[in-house]
Structure formats: C-alpha cells, structure tokens
Ligand binder design. Structure first.
Ligand code: ATP
Length: 512
C-alpha cells in the first residue's frame, strides 16, 4: 500500500470506528471541519491531559487559563492579524478551484526533492556497501540537473516571499508550468492576499453591532491576561501561562483531513522571561517539547526540527517540530522566541503599562516571551497515522490494530463474557464495576470472542479481559494484550494494578 492509499484507509477507519466524522455529513459536509466521535473525543482528551499536566503540574511556575474566543477587536489590530494574517491565493479559471500560491510552489519543490531522493535510492541499491551518498549527490548528472532546477526556483520563491511580491509568485507558477490538478491547465488568475480571520458581529441591534473576530490563535488571550495572572498569582519571572482552546482560520486550501482545519484546537504556552535570556529559554523549550513527543514511544526518527530561515518580524528565533505524517514531514508544533513584541504592542494599543518589576534587581521591564504552540488535531492525526497497522497473522488473516500509546488509548480495557449465559455476564459486570472508576472500560457480549478482539484492536484497546466458566470457580480471567496478542490468567483482584501499570498517564509524565 502506498502512503497515499494508507492515508485514505486511515480516514475511512476513523469514521468507521467513531473517531472522526466529517462535519454536517447528512447535509453533505462542510469543508475542513470535522467532528470527533465517541472514540476520537477520548483520544483527544487524553492528549490534552498529557500536555496540560506536563505543563501545569510538572512546572511549578506554569499556570493555566481559559480565555474567551471573542475578544476586543483592537487586540487583533495590535497583534498584527488584521493587517497581515494573510495567505496568497490564486484561482484556476477553468476549474474555478482556489489554491495557496505558496503551497503550489512548495509542492512543486517537494516533487523535485523527491525525484532527487529517488535517484539517490537507486544509486544506493546499485552500489551497495560502497555507496557514498555525499559524493553521489555531488556528481550524479541527474541529481545535479534536478538540484540546479530546485535552487533556481527556491531562490526566486524566497526572494518573492521576502519582498511580498505577488506578481512574482504567479510568474514562478507560470514559468514552472504548474497546472491545476483538477483542470490540468495553467490558466491562473493573479495572486491576491486573503485574510484568514473569520469575522462576525457583536451587539443586540444591528446599529450597535461591531465587527469582531473569531480568534485565529489562543496566544493573544494569554498576552492580554498577563497582568491579571502575574498579579493575582504573584508570579515571578520566569513563569508561563498555558491554555488549550479553539482557534479559527479561514484556510484557503482544505485538505489533508484534520491536518488543516477551519476550526481547530491549540495548546499554547507563553513563557515570560527577562530580556536577554530568550535564546537560552528557547533552547530549553525546544529540548523539553521534543522530549514530550519522543516520550510517547512513536519513534524518535519520526520527528525533526525545522529551524525557520525567514523569521517573522517579531521573532528572533523560531523552529517547528515536524512529524512524519503519511504525506511527509510536516509541522506539528511551533516554538517561537517572540521578544517583547506582543506585550509591547498591547501596551501601545491599550495605553496600559505592561511591565514586570524585578524585585531582586530593582528594575522594571516588558518581559520577553518564548512560546510553544501545538495543534491538538495535528497531534491526534500524528498518533492515529503512526498507530494504524495492518498485520498478517500466522493463520493468513489480516488484523487491523491501532497501537496507540496505552495512556492515550480511548478505551483502556474491554470486559468480555465468553458467552451470554451461565452467570458470566453477571461476573463480567462485577469486573466492570471494579475497574470503571479508574479506567474507561467497555463491556461487550455480542459476537464471537475473536470478532470482539478484532473490534477492540481496531480502536486500540490495550487489554481485553475475558470472563469464562473457569472464572466462576477460580476468580481468574484471561487478559489479552493488544500488541503481542499474548494471553495470561490473572486474578480479578490483581487486574487494576496490572492495567494501571501500563495505562497510567503519570508513568509517562514521570519520564519527562
Ligand atoms: P501552517 O504553516 O501549517 O499553516 P502555522 O505555522 O500557521 O501552520 P501556527 O500559527 O504556528 O501554525 O500555529 C501553531 C500550531 O497550530 C501549528 O503547529 C499546528 O499544529 C496548529 N495549526 C495551525 N493551523 C492549523 C489548522 N488550520 N488546522 C489544524 N491545526 C492547525
């Protein structure tokens, strides 16, 4: 199966097993908006809890808030979103489809890169042990030809980006012969800027109504509460404020499932520090956040940093943590050293003094900020795409299993009476009552035990507990483990401890 096919299968699996549904499906859906089903919401909540506890419980100097989606419209002028939160868009006149001009060019560049990598792989196969990749890249004529093409387009693109030169974006698209995947033509409109913020009006009468925005990021809710939290929490710098909440962006290109949504959720933490210490904290948070990811056990090789070449005007360092999604390495989290830009702008726009008085040094300053910002939905997609496996079994059958890190699994244990009679359901219910206060458990008595195991594998349940006739006599049950499918007899009173050992979120947190 190619990665593309695998991705389609995953999307279908997410729907079939109650993880993620297209929004408003009975009305034919709403592009780039998705609902979480009964399994998805549990997975999502577990991810949020892992993040929240890692931030606010493991760091005594980080506290949480929950600010509103609606905020004073001036906030978005101060933050620069009204003026500059734009994407360059382009339409194909034949298909009437809309694209992001920068994404069209980046995809074109990625294809050239892919071609070069394919040549390298061919070389590796041909030369075996003796293969020297560096030398091959420097001398192979096919690679060199592609590299020259890549560099030329890349340089033009970066210059156009720096100069915000929309006409040049279009010229690159035309010169590279980039066509619309739907119409197959190069019949493009000019490139225009498009603001990504959704607006609506507030106020009970239309006369008194004024335009407000749905927040495109949660961070500004933290900045405008900086003084409140610092004062009421008697926080001393360095300290952080964490928040999880919805954000909205009118993304031009709706694609890649929950990777790019118009309504999504962010987990952001702004860390307030003394000016001059920001690069040290930036490095610390880079390490800390990577550790949080790798700690899940989804393979350190599936993550990488991508340091920004071009920094936003307010940032003096920025990096992305990228994850290997089925469509390649893409941004999962951003870590930015934002200087005192945001607080400075809010000071200017609100007229309020936003400063910190350092009692030890006797000086006042506007704090600098290092932020960590991760999309909950992208994290859900990372977990699901990494966990989905189709395994060939010894008997020739295939089983679909989601090897979700156990503490994040939606259901931790399934309790299954072998048959629906002879007092087994009653004993199984007792087992449920024993476990349900500690873990999200599912009780299932329909279908053969084999089918029930498969259903639990498909939603990633780490343990299946089967109650059989012998259980009535010896008080033991069979515990089947998801990944190895190994089975063992366990006393009912020992179940809680056995499950807890593997699924307790605190065990993950202790390794951080
Ligand atoms: P991209 O370049 O992919 O559009 P971004 O750089 O605009 O992302 P940020 O503004 O840094 O993203 O937002 C922080 C995080 O929020 C991202 O790392 C991502 O995980 C998440 N995020 C941003 N936009 C979306 C979206 N449309 N859908 C889902 N998650 C998103």
């Amino acid at each position: 199966m190619t990665q593309e096919e695998l991705f389609k299968v995953l999307v279908a699996h997410c729907k079939e097993y109650g993880f993620i549904f297209p929004s408003s499906e009975i009305y034919d859906g709403l592009a780039a908006v998705y609902d979480y089903g009964q399994m998805g919401v549990e997975l999502k909540n577990n991810i949020k809890q892992y993040w929240w506890n890692a931030m606010t419980r493991l760091n005594e100097n980080i506290v949480g808030i929950d600010s509103c989606i609606f905020m004073h419209p001036r906030i978005w002028e101060a933050s620069g979103h009204v003026g500059a939160f734009n994407d360059p868009l382009i339409d194909n006149k034949d298909s009437k489809k809309r694209y992001r001009a920068d994404v069209l060019i980046e995809d074109y560049l990625a294809k050239i890169e892919e071609k070069m990598n394919k040549e390298v792989e061919k070389g590796r196969k041909r030369f075996g042990e003796a293969f020297n990749e560096e030398q091959f890249r420097a001398t192979n004529p096919n690679v060199l030809r592609e590299k020259a093409k890549y560099d030329e387009v890349h340089n033009r693109y970066k210059k156009a980006e720096d100069a915000n030169d929309l006409a040049e974006y279009k010229q690159i698209i035309v010169d590279c012969g980039i066509v619309c995947p739907i119409s197959g033509t190069c019949n493009w409109t000019d490139v225009r800027q498009f603001n990504l913020m959704f607006s609506t009006s507030i106020g009970s009468t239309s006369e008194g109504a004024s335009t407000i925005y749905l927040r495109p990021e949660t961070a500004q809710g933290i900045f405008v509460n900086y003084l409140n939290v610092q004062k009421t929490g008697r926080m001393k710098i360095p300290f952080g404020i964490a928040q999880i909440g919805k954000a909205f962006r009118n993304e031009i290109v709706a694609r890649q499932f929950i990777f790019r949504m118009r309504e999504f959720e962010q987990m952001e933490m702004q860390f307030f520090i003394k000016p001059g210490t920001e690069l040290e904290w930036f490095k610390k948070w880079k390490e800390q956040r990577m550790k949080w990811h790798v700690n899940l056990g989804m393979g350190a090789e599936n993550y990488r940093f991508h340091d920004h070449e071009k920094l936003a005007h307010y940032a003096n360092a920025a990096t992305d943590i990228e994850f290997l999604f089925p469509f390649g390495f893409k941004e999962l989290e951003g870590i930015h050293s934002r200087t005192n830009w945001d607080l400075g702008r809010h000071q200017q726009y609100s007229g309020r003094k936003i400063e910190y008085f350092d009692p030890e040094e006797g000086v006042a300053y506007t704090p600098y900020v290092v932020e960590t910002s991760i999309g909950v939905d992208r994290m859900v997609l990372a977990v699901l795409s990494h966990s989905y496996k189709e395994e060939k079994l010894e008997n020739g059958e295939t089983r679909v299993v989601l090897s979700i890190p156990a503490p994040l699994a939606p259901v931790k244990a399934a309790v299954l009476p072998l048959v629906k009679k002879d007092g087994l359901p009653e004993l199984a219910q007792k087992v449920m009552d024993e476990l349900k206060y500690d873990f999200n458990c599912q009780y299932e008595e329909k279908d053969s035990i084999g089918k029930r195991y498969r259903r639990q594998d498909a939603i990633g349940t780490p343990y299946c507990i089967t109650v059989d006739h012998q259980s009535l006599e010896d008080g033991c049950v069979t515990v089947r483990e998801r990944d190895t499918m190994s089975q063992e007899r366990v006393k009912i009173e020992d179940l809680r401890a056995l499950i807890d050992k593997r699924v307790n979120l605190n065990n993950l947190l202790r390794n951080l």
